[in-house]
Design a protein around this ligand. Structure first.
Ligand code: FMN
Length: 358
């Protein structure tokens, strides 16, 4: 049997095309982007990890005004607990970045990251969102049961076969296999085992996951067009999840300076770094990464490093200074297009895939 674009995944998630928009937490994810991908026949995903519960509720209501198609909401399934060891030294180092941006030094009060997961997930259940997707771990058991009872589909992102098996055992309807090419955070569950993330390339990871799990596999990492989609399907995936490609879409909320950096970047530009959040993530190497790396300090663990660097990232955005923003990006950025709508990106990708399969 040849490669088909209408896969079982499409049936399960009630979508026309086997193409998921990645949850793009931290700015790029807008309700317009999510709805546009869903309206175009893919599955839009709201990257809601850093959003207040009330903001998530509002965003879901907005999405529903813009589309009657299925969509997903993505959260970080991880316990937010701050470990403050080393914070004073880290703040002194971060003050050097604050000096560059002319913003006040950190007060030496202890940082507190609120753990909103329970409230966030309660909103998703209350709103009966069509799909919940998670990164960094599986949906804890009681929530999985609630989701199933409400008819909500659940997807988890995995970076190893072992994690994919855990996702399957937890009751996921599909699993995203995230290769090391991927932009943004490594989905790796246990960073005490893999401090810089499990970094298996998409081509190596996807078929090994496909051979080991029975649920549909969605390939992610470096997939930018119809070639990537067809290659993923040839490896046995039933669909793809694309993040970086949508960052330069018209509907993307990525900062203009970030979009510019993406369009100027190449396959050599990104590194996996913990300096912005404390968890490994792939982004374009910029001044902040260079400055921190030169200090020789170990970043604080997630989420403290993330909370500690927030004022710097916010000031950088206000000042349009891409050197101090987190420029998450995958390795295939030469394949980016500028100024396309999300609908055009989905349509072009599907058209390219169809042409390859003729
Ligand atoms: C800017 C950006 C933000 C991301 N945020 C999230 C997120 O909030 N949740 C998540 O599960 N994955 C997130 N990812 C990772 C994606 O799910 C996906 O694995 C990745 O984008 C695939 O590789 P690609 O960027 O080469 O398409 C993010 C990726 C990028 C580029």
């Amino acid at each position: 049997m040849g490669i088909r674009l209408q896969t079982e995944l499409c049936k399960i998630f009630q979508i026309r095309f086997p193409l998921f928009l990645a949850g793009l937490a931290g700015g790029p994810s807008t309700v317009k982007l999510v709805a546009a991908v869903s309206n175009a026949g893919g599955l839009g995903t709201l990257g809601a990890a850093y959003m207040e519960p009330e903001a998530i509720r509002n965003a879901i209501e907005e999405i529903r005004k813009l589309t009657d198609k299925p969509f997903a909401v993505n959260l970080f399934a991880v316990h937010m607990s701050d470990c403050h060891a080393g914070i004073e030294v880290a703040q002194l180092e971060l003050n050097r970045a604050r000096d560059e941006l002319n913003i006040p030094h950190a007060t030496m009060e202890l940082i507190e990251t609120p753990d909103r997961f329970a409230e966030q997930i309660a909103v998703l259940m209350e709103q009966k969102v069509p799909v919940i997707s998670t990164a960094f771990g599986v949906l804890p058991e009681p929530y999985m049961r609630q989701a199933k009872a409400a008819g909500i589909k659940v997807v988890t992102m995995a970076t190893t076969v072992h994690e994919a098996l855990l996702a399957e055992q937890s009751g996921c309807d599909a699993v995203v296999a995230q290769g090391s090419e991927a932009g943004g955070h490594r989905g790796t569950f246990d960073v005490s085992i893999h401090p810089m993330g499990a970094n298996i390339g998409t081509f190596a990871l996807v078929p090994q996951v496909v051979d080991q799990v029975r649920i549909p596999v969605i390939a992610a990492g470096g997939i930018m067009d119809g070639r990537g989609l067809v290659a993923a399907l040839a490896l046995g995936a039933q669909g793809v999840q694309m993040g970086t490609r949508f960052l330069t879409a018209i509907e993307s909320g990525a900062h203009a300076a970030y979009k510019q950096a993406l369009l100027a970047s190449t396959e050599e530009s990104s590194v996996i770094t913990k300096v912005f959040s404390g968890r490994p993530a792939r982004g374009i190497r910029n001044g902040f990464i260079r400055q921190w790396d030169a200090s020789g300090l170990e970043p604080l663990p997630f989420p403290v490093q993330n909370t500690a660097t927030r004022d710097i990232r916010n000031a950088a955005a206000e000042q349009s200074n891409a050197d101090y923003m987190s420029l998450w990006a995958g390795q295939a950025t030469r394949l980016l297009t500028n100024g396309q709508s999300a609908e055009a990106i989905v349509a072009q990708t599907m058209e390219q895939a169809r042409a390859l399969l003729l």
